[in-house]
Design a binder for this molecule. Structure first.
Ligand code: SF4
Length: 269
């Protein structure tokens, strides 16, 4: 049945701390599953196991249908014009919602009988640049399968922690020198793409430059240079003082160095 305006249950989800909020959400979902009524969970908090640690996620809303099924609702600010929206933005919203669906499935698995979590999510956007909402069902089956595979492949946090030198901690209460020492103890493979996605990018870039690593020049170049991992080795290969001439990367570097010298009137690289 269609929900009558004002009749849906909207449980209170407030609690202390993320664990408390996630437990309150799980309880509200359990109650809603057997309520045989429309229930709207406004900004519930879900926990998802990521590499052995809980990650807390907050969907915009979750709707519980009278038949007990659960649907994720994602509200976005990009417009839906004539019933369709920017495909890239819808794709990003689908990937985000897929993570919520997986987190909801973790909650559902703990119930008996386990409610169905719908793989079709409800995307809500402004209609034609107005302030009226427009909703569209988005199939997230593909995104769910991809995210599930990625989560299964993640190295577990315990394994990463075991690889760290004994005593290393990233506790932010330490002084700056200790934190710097701890960060320096972890190997990193910097690439220019890190600048747009990681807060440690400047630190890793300085380290990569100081060590003369070719990764600082970009992933594609690193791939093309094969076994030459340092700028010093690349220059030596180009000058002909190092490297196997049968190596395609070394041969290409020597060819490029010869062309450069010819163009610059014999100036070596
Ligand atoms: S900048 Fe971030 S992502 Fe890039 S290597 Fe450093 S820690 Fe890793």
């Amino acid at each position: 049945p269609e929900p009558e305006p004002g009749t849906a249950r909207v449980p209170e989800l407030g609690a202390a701390g993320p664990e408390g909020r996630a437990a309150r959400t799980a309880l509200a979902l359990r109650e809603a599953a057997s309520a045989e009524a429309w229930t709207l969970l406004d900004h519930p908090l879900l926990a998802l196991d990521v590499a052995g640690s809980p990650a807390f996620l907050e969907p915009d809303a979750v709707v519980v249908h009278p038949d007990g099924r659960w649907t994720v609702v994602e509200i976005k600010s990009f417009p839906m014009v004539d019933g369709s929206a920017d495909a890239a933005k819808v794709g990003a919203a689908a990937r985000q919602s897929a993570v919520y669906v997986l987190a909801l499935e973790e909650v559902a698995r703990r119930l008996d009988p386990a409610p169905e979590v719908r793989h079709e999510v409800l995307l809500v956007c402004p209609r034609d640049f107005s302030n009226l909402p427009a909703a569209s069902a988005v199939d997230t089956r593909k995104q769910i399968a991809v995210t599930r595979r990625q989560l299964a492949r993640l190295t577990r946090i315990e394994e990463i922690a075991e690889a760290l030198p004994p005593g290393v901690t990233f506790d932010t209460e330490q002084d700056a020198a200790e934190i710097e020492e701890a960060v320096a103890a972890v190997p990193a493979t910097y690439a220019p793409q890190c600048l747009s996605s990681c807060e440690l990018a400047f630190h890793c870039r300085d380290r990569a430059r100081a060590s003369g690593s070719v990764t600082a020049l970009g992933r594609s170049l690193r791939g093309e240079l094969g076994g030459l991992s340092e700028v010093r080795q690349v220059l030596a290969a180009a000058r002909g003082s190092q490297g196997d001439p049968d190596d395609p990367a070394v041969a290409a570097l020597r060819r490029a160095a010869a062309l450069r010298a010819e163009a610059l009137g014999g100036v070596p690289c």
